[in-house]
Design a protein around this ligand. Structure first.
Ligand SMILES: [Zn+2]
Length: 550
């Protein structure tokens, strides 16, 4: 009851505050809401690198803002598309429908990409394969709700290096989403979903050819390399170099690297964050965000840490250096917002879209019971068993994102029972090393799982889009794609993939931290909505983190 009263009180005050500017500052609405995502940021980066962070970046957010230390994703698979959609819709794939980055569409019987839309084209150049929009998202986002509050007068804009990192957070009613087109182009582009032409300020930004400038240098460590004591040695067998045939060591010759990767190389080095921040500033200026009393929304997703994390893993000097540099970007962002929107005139939160696993081989060599599973082997083994029992291996249509999709047409034609096929699929899978357990779609759609790993599966499982049998892999195990080439990945429901930072900062935010109370990805948006007096997104299923708010 206390919580309900609190919600009502804050909402009423916030709603009144636009008219009564003489009221206490804490009751004013922010001019700008900024949601920052660091792609693949584990929580422990905040503590592991703390001694080397400046006072004005991550530490400022932690010390002056609120640090939710036990913040987690509540579902699997922990991938980029679902992560961004969940952070900004306040719900999980079960409701927002973004069940993976790419998934098998069981109705169309083909793969779809989370931000794919064949009805639109790219803007800023007619680029093949850049047909992008938030069409696959089933519910509203924080940005949408902020727009609805002002009857469309406020702006909602999403920017990122990755298209899905820009598009999904901004939402379906967004004014714009901008992302980076690498290759030979090196441009920030958009989609006809939002506009017919790029705004002049984006054209001007692109004419500066900043990617060429950023890549015309070596990637050296920010500090003397001997000071990177929080990481393993530079020349590590657990890392995958971006430069084919070269050791994964500093310095990286980026002019040489462009011969292999073109301007896409910018994504895979920390200068991708510098470039994105340049674009953030251009966006705030070009679109006059936070310049009047009508609230605007901006999402910023730093993608480069994800590319670098996949290549080198969390224990590398490369990732440590990336975060020391990102700390400077965060300091720069705060200073820019303070100067151009006004200190205490905006609210910002920073989180991640998922964490990442330590390189299994590195853990194995230190005695951990982990390993690699092979998706092709799993599928082949299951098909073999189906052939032995039913004389047809095509009873499975697809296996992807830990899910089997049964061939229901064939099962019906043959007069077989889906339940029996599903059972055989799961029992066979459980014999394969690395597979821990699994769940049937029929149970996920009818039963309620209240805790444990089954709950994570249920929250990531969408009845219209997901498969018939979902597998949960053993903790620490990873796809064999990473077995010999080095590097790592994410996607599991285990803590290394779910535990990420959540920092709140700015207008109406308490300073402090919470280490005992577990908070969930769904709670971010309700907390912000409560603060700013905006209706939560339509699918929102989280709870306000009350300690965060003044
Ligand atoms: Zn990601």
């Amino acid at each position: 009851m206390k919580k309900v009263l609190f919600v009502v009180t804050v909402t009423v005050f916030a709603a009144c505050s636009v008219k009564k500017s003489s009221e206490k500052k804490v009751l004013n609405s922010p001019k700008l809401v900024v949601g920052v995502v660091v792609d693949q940021m584990r929580y422990d980066y905040l503590t592991r690198f703390a001694s080397k962070f400046s006072e004005n970046g991550f530490k400022k957010l932690m010390q002056e803002g609120f640090n939710c230390q036990e913040h987690h994703f509540s579902y699997m698979p922990t991938y980029t598309g679902p992560g961004h959609a969940s952070v900004f819709t306040g719900t999980t794939p079960q409701t927002h429908g973004i069940i993976a980055n790419d998934w098998y569409n069981k109705k169309l019987k083909k793969y779809v990409y989370c931000a794919e839309d064949t009805l639109v084209k790219s803007v800023g150049g007619d680029f093949e394969g850049e047909n992008r929009s938030p069409r696959n998202l089933l519910v509203t986002t924080l940005g949408d709700q902020i727009k609805l509050k002002s009857n469309g007068k406020g702006k909602s804009i999403g920017i990122s290096i990755k298209d899905r990192g820009a598009i999904l957070p901004a939402g379906k009613m967004a004014n714009a989403a901008f992302w980076y087109r690498g290759g030979t182009d090196g441009l920030m582009i958009s989609s006809t979903y939002y506009m017919d032409d790029l705004p002049n300020w984006v054209r001007e930004f692109n004419t500066q050819k900043l990617p060429n400038k950023y890549l015309n240098q070596n990637w050296e460590t920010l500090l003397p390399i001997a000071e990177y004591t929080e990481s393993h040695g530079d020349d590590s067998p657990y890392e995958h170099s971006i430069m084919t045939g070269k050791k994964p060591v500093f310095p990286y010759d980026l002019v040489e690297g462009q011969k292999e990767h073109g301007l896409s190389l910018l994504k895979e080095v920390p200068f991708g964050n510098d470039y994105l921040l340049d674009f953030v500033k251009a966006t705030i200026k070009g679109e006059s965000l936070g310049k009047d009393t009508i609230m605007d929304f901006l999402s910023v997703s730093f993608s480069s840490p994800d590319y670098i994390g996949h290549d080198y893993g969390p224990n590398s000097i490369e990732i440590e250096d990336t975060y020391l540099r990102l700390d400077q970007n965060i300091a720069d962002l705060i200073a820019y917002l303070n100067k151009n929107v006004g200190e205490g005139e905006y609210v910002l939160f920073l989180t991640a879209d998922h964490g990442v696993a330590q390189v299994p081989q590195e853990l194995k060599d230190q005695g951990a019971t982990v390993g690699y599973y092979n998706d092709s082997t799993i599928l082949a083994r299951v098909k073999e068993e189906l052939f032995t029992k039913y004389g047809d291996s095509n009873l499975i249509e697809n296996y992807s994102n830990y899910q089997f999709f049964l061939n229901h047409d064939l099962i019906k034609t043959k007069g077989l029972k889906s339940k029996e096929i599903s059972h055989l699929v799961l029992v066979t899978s459980l014999e394969i090393p690395g597979v821990k357990s699994g769940l049937f779609g029929t149970d996920l759609s009818r039963k309620y799982f209240s805790n444990g790993m089954n709950r994570y599966v249920q929250k990531g499982w969408n009845m219209q889009r997901s498969g018939d049998v979902t597998l949960i892999m053993e903790p620490g195990w990873l796809s064999s794609r990473y077995e010999h080439k080095g590097g790592t990945s994410h996607g599991s429901p285990w803590a290394y993939d779910t535990h990420v930072p959540l920092l709140f900062f700015g207008l109406g935010i308490n300073s402090g931290s919470s280490s005992l109370k577990k908070t969930w990805v769904e709670d971010i948006v309700p907390t912000i909505c409560n603060l700013i007096g905006v209706q939560a997104p339509m699918g929102s299923s989280g709870t306000t983190i009350s300690e965060v708010l003044k």
